[in-house]
Ligand binder design. Structure first.
Ligand code: GAF
Length: 396
């Protein structure tokens, strides 16, 4: 059953009536452009077929209720909140994500003052896998709340603006210092394409990305590893690179060209050099990958994925043993290239694999993890899928 139908069905059993509508949003894979978004750089994500759906109905008593259907089939209820009293810090845990969305939309005057809602969430985006389940949740909730308020489905430009608002909710309400990659991917991606986003200018290009036409597939390997220092590690890298930008006197690391890298690094203390080198070279790799995709040379992308992984592992140091092992096993079994995707410290690997070798690569990774006595990874092929939208228009 699709997440949308599941959410609608669960809504009926929780509330004893039908929802007014259902909206859903996908998780994402970032093909390349990692840890570049908070430096005004380039990213190239595509949407997964996996989605989180929000079945919703309005309330006129200012209350927001949220229930979520877990993968074990159990429904978990968040403490109902009065939307007028929402403040950063007022809600914690997973419930802070939907509450933060209501907060940021009210703050921005996007919702009427009395807008409350009943929301029921269901989905199949793997959680804690670096595939943006949090952003999928935020985007589904945002479209649901806007849809209940009678707002038109946002067009391309307004989607980018909405992504910025949702980033703010995550930064200020949930308290995680993430960039805008994940929300933009979930809202703006289009089936059959990767989204080439220039974070600084906001310019976005839908780049056709049909690996199957070249006899290739994109394999996602969720290592199911999640290291406890993921959040502190992310914040630490961000602080380090922001300090480097200040020391160099640039607005952001985006301003440094690869050609100037040698001289630039010499002006930095040792511990910051590798971080800066990753960001600058990763931006250049995104441009190279986009050029190859535009030219239909998909197999040429493989070595750039490998180079990105090496840079994230050795320079930015956000990879972990499970990610390195999955990359190595996939490469040995015939992948043209592979890299960790997302923030790192656990999560998933994305690999470009010949159609004919899909099973061999999946089996080799699974067997290698078993030999290493690691959790069995979740392996699936993913084609670029649709961005967020309404699954059923509200009947008014
Ligand atoms: C996480 C963040 F949420 C993104 O903004 C981005 O920085 C990514 O890590 C790393 O590229 O997914």
């Amino acid at each position: 059953m699709t997440p949308a139908r599941l959410a609608a069905r669960t809504f009926r059993s929780v509330h004893g009536r039908a929802p007014l509508g259902v909206w859903s949003a996908p998780g994402r894979v970032n093909l390349i452009g990692e840890h570049t978004d908070y430096h005004d750089g380039f990213v190239l994500p595509f949407a997964l077929p996996h989605r989180i759906a929000a079945a919703a109905a309005p309330r006129r008593d200012h209350m927001l209720t949220v229930a979520t259907l877990g993968s074990d089939g159990r429904v978990q209820h968040a403490e109902p909140v009065d939307v007028r009293t929402l403040r950063p810090g007022s809600v914690t845990g997973w419930a802070a994500y939907p509450a933060g969305v209501a907060w940021v939309l009210r703050e921005g005057g996007c919702l009427p003052g009395d807008a409350g809602a009943d929301l029921v969430l269901a989905g199949d985006v793997p959680t804690g896998a670096g595939l943006s389940s949090s952003a999928a949740l935020e985007c589904a909730v945002a479209l649901a709340l806007l849809g209940l308020a009678g707002a038109d489905p946002p067009g391309t430009h307004r989607r980018a603006e909405l992504a910025r608002r949702l980033q703010r909710a995550e930064n200020e309400f949930v308290g995680v210092p993430t960039g805008v990659l994940d929300q933009t991917a979930s809202l703006c991606c289009v089936a059959g394409h990767a989204l080439f986003l220039d974070v600084r200018s906001g310019a976005a290009e839908q780049v056709p990305f049909d690996a199957a036409r070249s006899g290739l597939r994109v394999l996602v390997i969720d290592t199911r590893a999640r290291h406890s220092h993921a959040e502190s590690g992310y914040a630490d890298r961000r602080r380090g690179t922001e300090r480097a930008a200040r020391l160099l006197g640039v607005g952001s690391l985006r301003d440094i060209a690869v050609a100037d890298l040698g001289a630039t690094l010499g002006r930095l203390p040792g511990e910051l050099r590798r971080l800066v080198r990753h960001v600058v070279t990763e931006n250049a790799r995104v441009l190279d990958v986009v050029a190859h995709l535009r030219a239909g040379e998909i197999s040429a992308v493989g070595p750039l994925l490998d180079a990105s992984h090496a840079s994230l592992r050795d320079d930015y140091r956000v990879s972990v043993h499970e990610l390195d092992l999955a990359v190595d096993l996939a490469r040995e079994a015939g992948a043209l290239g592979a890299r960790m995707t997302g923030g790192g410290f656990g999560g998933s690997v994305v690999a470009l694999v010949p159609d004919t070798g899909l099973r061999a690569v999946g089996d080799a990774v699974t067997a290698g993890f078993e030999r290493a006595r690691l959790r069995r990874p979740r392996v699936f092929a993913a084609a670029p899928s649709a961005g967020a939208g309404a699954d059923r228009e509200p009947s008014r």
